[in-house]
Design a protein around this ligand. Structure first.
Ligand code: IPE
Ligand code: MG
Length: 244
């Protein structure tokens, strides 16, 4: 926490969403295969958990695997899937110890059934924890989410469950994969890329954006703290006048 006031003294982003980018560049800079970058990236994510809690974060959403990532080289996709499975199997006791509630957003059914089942099991087992909610976006795309929500609402209108005149923002939000979850206050993307890449488009309408050139495997709790400092120093108006 060097140099920063304690969480209680600054305005903390309760929900932080991160696009963890730069694993490949990190690996090639080290002369390592890409999978080593993904492994180091998984470790960087795990290392954030205790400090995120100390810093006052309640919800951490991690863009783990996008819908578009299925289009990567098949060997890389296999490597990432086996890493996800390894992490699920090896992290359970640590997640319990840290009282982490696990939540998945995305089309989990796109994954092989062994992975999907184990992820769902871990999600169910951790449902009662309230130390930190970690939301993993798996086979996630924001446009795909909005599309499935519109489709679900369309079916309900067609069978008379919903009156189209009742359609409002809250109703749409209730049909998204993120239903019931708080909206992120701070969005972080590493590796110097300045894009949203189809992540949480509906949810981040008023989220503060923070970009850093740090490659994801190098991202430490101190980098997270720096992002929270930046957030704490911003004034948010939500479209209202700053002169009231
Ligand atoms: C992010 O790192 C990890 C995933 C998208 C799964 P990248 O693999 O995109 O890393 P770069 O962009 O090639 O450096
Ligand atoms: Mg990338």
């Amino acid at each position: 926490m060097s140099g920063s006031p304690p969480a209680s003294a600054r305005h903390v982003a309760r929900h932080v969403a991160i696009v963890m980018d730069g694993n490949g560049r990190w690996a090639s800079a080290q002369g390592l295969p890409k999978v080593a970058g993904h492994r180091a990236g998984a470790l960087a994510a795990k290392n954030l958990i205790p400090r995120a809690k100390e810093l006052g974060i309640k919800t951490l959403t991690l863009f783990t695997f996008s819908k578009e990532n299925w289009g990567r080289n098949p060997q890389e996709v296999r490597d990432i899937l086996s890493l996800i499975l390894d992490e699920i199997q090896s992290s359970e006791s640590e997640l319990q110890r840290q009282e982490v509630r696990l939540k998945i957003i995305g089309a989990l059914d796109d994954f092989p059934s062994d992975i999907a089942e184990q992820v769902r099991l871990l999600e169910a087992k951790s449902a009662h924890y309230n130390g930190l909610t970690m939301i993993f976006a798996l086979s996630y795309g924001a446009r795909q989410d909005i599309t499935q929500a519109v489709s679900a609402i369309g079916h309900k209108i067609a069978n008379g469950q919903i009156d189209p005149d009742d359609l409002d923002e809250a109703l749409i939000a209730e049909h998204l994969w993120t239903a019931g979850l708080p909206t992120p206050e701070l969005f972080i993307r590493t590796s110097g890329e300045l894009r949203l890449s189809n992540f949480l488009l509906w949810e981040i309408a008023y989220t503060e954006l923070y970009f850093t050139t740090c490659l994801w495997p190098d991202f430490t709790p101190d980098h997270l703290n720096a992002a929270l400092d930046s957030f704490a120093n911003r004034k948010r108006y939500f479209g209202k006048s700053r002169h009231v």
